[in-house]
Design a protein around this ligand. Structure first.
Ligand code: S3P
Length: 195
């Protein structure tokens, strides 16, 4: 009985689990909480979690800020595109993307067609509150007027986040647990055709 369960039923259930649970791709501006939510969902759903920035940092042995400084933004965007292409092929994962990943149209297509995309939307004041004290970890905000820079970037990117998302969640007043519950609810109530 036990061997039947172990050798046939378990792999079958695991396969069904993968097939019936498309990957969850988290998108949104810097400070939207993609990494934190991804780590939370990793615990709750027991699915592998990846973060495009962390994968690039681990591969290169340098922080995103150092990579921007030494190699430049264009190099980083190419690396990011390569990472998004590879990671979105994985089934049934949770992926947090860098805030600028949606600038690339191939990235948007891969995200849209290979999983369930959730846009973590937040008001500019909320985003600012979360990132204003994070030092120099965000190279794009190393500016004389970081709040103004952020505002301009968000205005330009908002339509791209919206067109890429299958689900949009207003995160301003939600706790991490409430956010996790919203994601799970949206997965159960939306059907996304993936490649
Ligand atoms: C960026 C966001 C960052 C990181 C890089 C560029 C962006 O990731 O990829 O600094 O263009 O918005 P987070 O959104 O995780 O901060």
């Amino acid at each position: 009985m036990l061997s039947w369960l172990t050798f046939i039923l378990k792999p079958l259930l695991a396969m069904l689990n993968v097939l019936s649970h498309p990957s969850i791709f988290l998108i949104g501006f810097m400070g939207a909480g993609k990494t934190e939510l991804g780590q939370h969902l990793n615990q709750v759903l027991n699915r592998p979690f990846y973060d495009t920035d962390q994968v690039i940092e681990a591969e290169m042995g340098l922080s995103v800020a150092s990579l921007f400084n030494t190699r430049g933004e264009n190099w980083f965007r190419d690396q990011e595109a390569h990472t998004v292409e590879l990671l979105t092929r994985l089934k049934s994962i949770i992926l947090a993307t860098g805030g600028g990943a949606i600038l690339n149209s191939n990235n948007r297509d891969y995200l849209k067609t290979r999983g369930h995309v959730i846009y973590l939307k937040a008001r500019i004041e909320t985003l600012w509150d979360r990132i204003k004290d994070t030092g120099n970890t965000r190279p794009l905000l190393q500016d004389e007027h970081p709040f103004e820079k952020m505002k301009a970037l968000l205005a330009m990117r908002a339509p791209l986040y919206e067109e890429t998302a299958h689900t949009i969640i207003d995160t301003d007043s939600l706790t991490l647990e409430e956010l996790g519950a919203c994601v799970i609810h949206s997965l159960n109530s939306t059907t996304v055709e993936t490649d």
